[in-house]
Design a protein around this ligand. Structure first.
Ligand code: NAD
Ligand code: DAU
Length: 353
């Protein structure tokens, strides 16, 4: 297939592009290359007969339209987004621009492109929108997010993703665009930008800097290794039913403090600390994230039952792989810390900066 991936230079996108190329697909990667893009993307995926990078902003309607004309995709997998909750607290405007207006542009262009396709290609075309479990809001001690859980987003990030999900569904219902949506829980693994909890704790832990845990550390997230998310995305694109949405998760709920303590202990084994006796001593409880959702947990029964998808990694195996990857790729993340983001606290004040 010729697959146009948006956000293919980001964390999940780069893992997806790698896997699609391995499967033999032709991939167009539409990415603005923001701060969050993998700085090695051009070396990682050199241009070839089966791969092209389009450095383009979703806001640039005409440029995106031309990419559709040139590349002629059989499917679109839409991952491009501003993705970090803390940054959305500081600067929500970019989230509205990319996640809502950018998705609107993409949908408008994809619809016109799809309407002009010959019947056979029109029948098989798919628009797959990649979204998050954060659109469902926050759970109490019990319960899980189902596909039918009402939307209740709380952060500017999740509100912008919820808006984009609604737009995609409206384009299916109103105009017939063959769209599917998937909503996934927290990912972790290779190439995750070190602003997110797991890589931030790894890189700060390796440098033996303080490890900031928001609030009481008892917020719960449901973790999935990125390659398992990639396999779910391919499964939804291949076998998902048009108009449906699929929740994706690894059934791996953990409190934040459990995660940070586990990373400390694993790092102590792999790279014994020099400045402290145990890295757990570096943990610091800091002011909570404004509007911090308490608990996320996914019920992935539908994708398991209907599409026969299952994760391969447990949280323990996935985390070990991730730690080893960051240990082996110190040049990659040190370059990011030096040039793009030094690991400072983001989004701590509910005030637009
Ligand atoms: P990321 O921040 O690592 O990457 C986002 C990519 O989008 C970057 O390469 C960036 O350059 C690109 N981008 C941003 N704005 C753009 C624009 N205006 N035009 C074109 N490209 C632009 O994000 P990620 O963690 O890989 O997440 C990818 C998608 O998956 C997002 O839509 C996110 O909402 C969703 N998601 C993420 C997670 C997670 O845990 N990371 C979980 C569920 C869903
Ligand atoms: O649930 C899916 C979502 O997961 C995705 O849609 C988002 O794109 C992705 O960023 C992620 O959002 P979270 O807000 O859950 O991830 P983050 O890594 O920012 O934080 C995870 C938890 O850790 C959260 O409860 C806040 C907490 N935290 C985070 C950081 C960065 C800390 O305690 N300390 C920190 O320094």
């Amino acid at each position: 297939m010729k697959i146009l991936v948006t956000g293919g230079a980001g964390f999940i996108g780069a893992n997806l592009v790698h896997s699609l190329l391995e499967d033999g697909h032709v991939v167009g990667n539409l990415d603005k290359l923001t701060y969050a893009a993998n700085p090695d993307i051009e070396a990682l995926f050199p241009p070839s007969e089966r791969y092209v990078l389009y450095q383009t902003d979703l806001a640039d309607y005409e440029a995106v339209r031309q990419i559709f004309t040139q590349f002629e995709p059989d499917a679109v997998m839409h991952l491009a987004a501003e993705s970090h909750v803390d940054r959305s607290i500081d600067r929500p405007g970019e989230f509205i621009q990319t996640n809502i207006t950018g998705t609107f542009n993409l949908l408008t262009i994809a619809l016109a492109y799809w309407q002009a396709l010959p019947p056979e290609r029109k029948e098989s075309f798919r628009f797959h929108h990649i979204s998050t479990d954060e659109v469902f809001g926050s759970l109490g001690e019990a319960g899980l997010f189902h596909e039918k859980t009402p939307y209740d987003p709380h952060s500017p990030y999740s509100a912008s993703k919820a808006a984009s999900d609604h737009l995609v569904r409206a384009w299916k219902t109103t105009y017939g665009l063959p769209a599917l949506v998937s909503n996934c829980s927290n990912n972790y693994g290779p190439y995750q930008f070190p602003e997110k909890l797991i890589p931030l704790m790894i890189v700060r832990g390796l440098s033996e800097d303080s490890l900031p845990v928001y609030g009481d550390g008892l917020n719960v997230r449901d973790w999935l290794y990125v390659e398992d998310h990639v396999s779910a995305l391919k499964c939804v694109l291949r076998n998902g039913k048009v108009g449906e949405s699929y929740n994706v998760g690894g059934n791996s709920e953990r409190t934040n403090i459990e995660i940070v303590q586990t990373i400390c202990d694993l790092l102590d084994d792999l790279a014994p600390p020099q400045k402290v006796s145990r890295r757990r001593e570096l943990i610091q409880y800091v002011t909570d994230r404004p509007g911090h959702d308490r608990r996320y947990a996914i019920d992935a029964t539908k994708i398991r039952r209907e599409l026969d998808w299952r994760p391969v990694e447990t949280f323990e195996t996935g985390l070990k792989k991730t730690l080893l990857w960051y240990l082996d790729h110190q040049v990659w993340w040190k370059n990011i810390l030096e040039t793009r983001y030094a690991g400072e606290r983001l989004g701590s004040v509910a005030k637009i900066g």
